[in-house]
Design a protein around this ligand. Structure first.
Ligand SMILES: *Cc1c(COP(=O)(O)O)cnc(C)c1O
Length: 393
């Protein structure tokens, strides 16, 4: 269930034999994502990093994790970085460090991966949802104030698809009402807003290193970054069973620690992340040119923002037909996300109904994510563009 279909790709996208085989094996000529190709490109360094951890016998936290925390904090311009076992744990502990709990409300969006909303519920607080902006698909600043009540404690902008939310108006609203801003940066490593790295503008930034994210571990991983020493200290304690020193449990904590193997691999991959982000941006620019007249709604970038293109998200009312016909041509696509969180059966207790968030609901109906990963070739991008144009003409 957690395998990536793209991993099955053999990379032989121009082989006629492979195309025939793909019809029967589910292997795509152009996969949505190809992690095997990424790891092949840095195999020696990854193997060395893993061997070093095994030889050290130190498998949880320790020097490898500290080194990765330092390198990551440096990369995203934060004073502190605390490595965890997932992006969901990062959100959960950021909320707890902020003192959020039962009786509180936290504002976020319905168009996101479910974790952004679920982790608010972990604390006992209530998730209050606000619709997204129709241009950028992120939290609409104009609708936030209507959702603020005396119980509101924080705003969680989700930097969906790799572009930050409009942070300046969001931060201004938060200041005006005395609220915290906790950025969900799970999809936006090395994105920027007004020349500041995503994750460094709010009170805390929460990253995921799930394998398919722009910086992915060979397993699960996450990170909170912050300039606030108290938050950082609390998160360090909470991630390790609430211990402040061995068996001195000063808080009720969790087992949310990062494994040393993941930290060692992530530290290697972090060195390539800027190069990979630039490759994503080049492919996105090539899609922009190749699809300009295709009828698809293409991603819009805010002025002064740097999009990290975790996802190349397009919109079309013909999403289902386009997706099916691309699959028939061995081009794999995805949908992010087919159901907004407020309409998921598991989240009925939030109390929302169909029609409450029209923009999120339209994106859920029309969004199609095209293949995009750093190791993709220009030729592959061109094949996708041509196929889309032929199908929609
Ligand atoms: C992936 C993701 C998460 C959760 O991260 P995990 O590492 O999978 O726990 C949270 N928010 C968003 C927007 C995500 O895409």
């Amino acid at each position: 269930m957690l395998s990536f279909e793209g991993e099955k790709s053999q990379g032989a996208y121009n082989s006629a034999d492979r195309r025939v085989q793909s019809r029967y094996s589910g292997v795509y000529m152009i996969p949505f994502l190809d992690l095997k190709r990424q790891h092949a490109s840095i195999r020696t360094e990854i193997d060395e990093a893993i061997a070093r951890v095994i030889d050290s016998g130190q498998f949880i936290l320790g020097e490898e994790v500290e080194a990765f925390e330092e390198a990551f904090a440096d990369k995203v311009g934060a004073d502190h970085a605390i490595a965890l076992n997932s992006g969901s744990s990062a959100l959960h502990l950021a909320f707890l460090a902020a003192g959020i709990g039962p009786g509180d409300e936290v504002i976020t969006v319905p168009m996101t991966f479910v974790a952004s909303v679920a982790t608010i519920g972990y604390t006992g607080a209530r998730a209050v949802l606000v619709d997204i902006d129709p241009r950028f698909y992120t939290l609409d600043p104009n609708q936030i104030e209507a959702a603020i009540t005396p119980r509101t404690r924080a705003i969680v902008p989700v930097h969906l698809y790799g572009q930050t939310a409009e942070l300046e108006p969001i931060l201004a609203i938060a200041r005006r009402h005395g609220l915290l801003v906790i950025e969900d940066v799970a999809q936006a490593h090395l994105a920027r807003y007004r020349d500041r790295p995503a994750g460094s503008l709010g009170d805390m930034g929460c990253f995921s290193f799930y394998p398919g994210k722009n910086l992915g571990a060979c397993g699960e991983g996450g990170m909170v970054v912050t300039d606030n020493r108290e938050y950082a200290r609390t998160i360090r304690v909470l991630r390790d069973w609430g211990q402040d020193g061995k068996y001195n449990h000063v808080l009720k904590g969790y087992n949310y620690r990062m494994d040393a193997i993941h930290a060692a691999v992530l530290a290697v991959k972090l060195r390539y992340l800027e190069k990979w982000t630039l490759a994503r941006r080049e492919h996105a620019a090539r899609y922009d040119r190749g699809l300009a007249d295709s009828g698809l709604v293409l991603p819009k970038v805010m002025d002064d923002a740097r999009h990290a293109y975790h996802i190349y998200a397009t919109l079309t009312p013909e999403r289902e037909r386009l997706r099916r016909e691309l699959a028939e041509r061995d081009i794999q696509t995805n949908v992010h996300y087919p159901t907004p969180v407020h309409l998921l059966p598991g989240y009925g207790d939030l109390g929302y109904r169909a029609g409450d968030f029209p923009v999120a609901e339209r994106v859920a109906r029309e969004e199609l994510s095209l293949p995009l990963f750093p190791e993709m070739t220009e030729e592959q991008v061109d094949i996708v563009c041509q196929a889309v144009r032929e199908i929609l003409k």
